[in-house]
Design a protein. Structure first.
Length: 381
């Protein structure tokens, strides 16, 4: 009996081994997918704020014909600024569907998040990347262009009713004295919802922003001065409880306050010659010619705030001029930066830049210089 059992086990093992060694058929080969073709319900969209929750645009696309159930196919919608080759796209994933829609608010938030101005149309590129659910076999679609116009929304932080903003505090040169030294401690309004200024700050101190110089009733501040990173920027609000913490190290800093987003930034300002306290114009285009020192006050700019200077002066055509932070000192000057954007009516300046060209038509001009962005502009009076 024992021999029979052994024989049976031997035959069974041999059968299993034979089956295991039997050659299996080749795995089936699936055809590769293909690029989908995407289309949009509109080539241009400019929804009003009242339609923020309504669908602004619908994208639809063809099938990529992957060898799987359509429910397992993933589509990634990419939207980016035209001509950027989708280097920094907004993305939305869609699983198992061949269309998706965006509300006006979704697109508006995307556009404003990229810094686009209200009511200004911008060209955007749109494409679809199809793939299996595990991201295998990603294939790009065609790219279509859609012109999108962001609508205006209320700023996150209420704007100063005065239209002005002043800095006060132990971090500033004026300390906590209120009213503060103006115009040196007044920020410039650089857009409808943004103010900026450059200030010589003391290290490890604090400050506040006031809508009315000399009035402690209202202020802009932060919620918690001990929060990490606030030395260089973060969230702020109206009548918040804590002072802004200033930078750790003393020096010149540019403070930008964006009421639209409720964010502020603080960045070092390291320009050669620093931020001038005064500004003069000299050159063949001016009544005083190249004589230095120049006639004062006739050729001295008026300081409007911490960074902007303005003068109205008669200019000769076909001549040149320069800007001096110190009257009579040729060792410091500002001129045009040499970029292609420079014209005879506007452009960029830099320390030790080239001579600036007067307009083609002689006459009286208002010249505005802004050290926030190093720009200048001439307007004929």
């Amino acid at each position: 009996m024992k021999q029979f059992v052994n024989y049976f086990l031997f035959v069974a093992a041999a059968a299993i081994l034979f089956v295991a060694c039997d050659k299996v058929d080749a795995l089936p080969r699936y055809e590769a997918g293909k690029a989908v073709t995407v289309a949009a319900s509109a080539a241009a969209i400019a929804p009003p704020a009242a339609d923020s929750n309504k669908v602004a645009i619908t994208l639809s696309w063809t099938s990529p014909n992957y060898a799987t159930d359509s429910a397992n196919i993933k589509y990634t919608v990419e939207i980016d600024s035209a001509g950027k080759n989708f280097s920094n796209p907004f993305r939305k994933e869609v699983l198992g569907k061949s269309a998706t829609s965006f509300t006006a608010k979704e697109l508006n938030d995307m556009l404003l998040g990229r810094g686009y101005a209200f009511s200004m149309p911008v060209d955007m590129d749109v494409r679809i990347i199809s793939s299996y659910a595990n991201n295998n076999e990603r294939i790009n679609s065609n790219t279509i262009k859609v012109k999108m116009t962001p609508y205006k929304i209320p700023p996150k932080v209420a704007l100063p009713a005065s239209g002005k903003l002043f800095i006060v505090g132990s971090a500033t040169q004026g300390g906590w004295n209120n009213p503060v030294p103006a115009p040196a401690q007044e920020l410039a309004r650089v857009s409808e919802t943004t103010w900026a200024g450059i200030f010589d700050l003391k290290g490890g101190q604090e400050y506040l922003l006031l809508p009315v110089n000399g009035d402690w009733s209202n202020k802009y501040a932060v919620g918690n001065s001990g929060a990490a990173g606030l030395n260089s920027g973060g969230d702020f609000g109206f009548n918040f409880s804590s002072n802004f913490p200033g930078p750790t190290a003393a020096g010149f800093y540019k403070i930008t306050v964006d009421f639209q987003t409720g964010k502020f930034t603080v960045t070092p300002f390291t320009q050669q010659h620093g931020l001038p306290a005064d500004l003069y114009i000299v050159g063949g285009a001016t009544p005083g010619g190249w004589n230095n020192p120049v006639p004062d006050p006739a050729q001295k700019f008026t300081r409007l705030n911490a960074t902007q200077f303005e003068i109205s002066i008669a200019l000769k055509s076909g001549e040149k001029f320069l800007l001096l932070p110190e009257n009579g000192n040729w060792g410091k000057k500002f001129g045009e930066d040499g970029s292609a954007s420079n014209t005879k009516l506007a452009g960029k300046i830099k320390p030790e830049g080239g001579d600036m060209s007067a307009p083609d038509v002689a006459g009286n001009y208002k010249i505005t210089v802004d050290f926030n962005d190093g720009s200048y502009k001439l307007v004929k009076l």
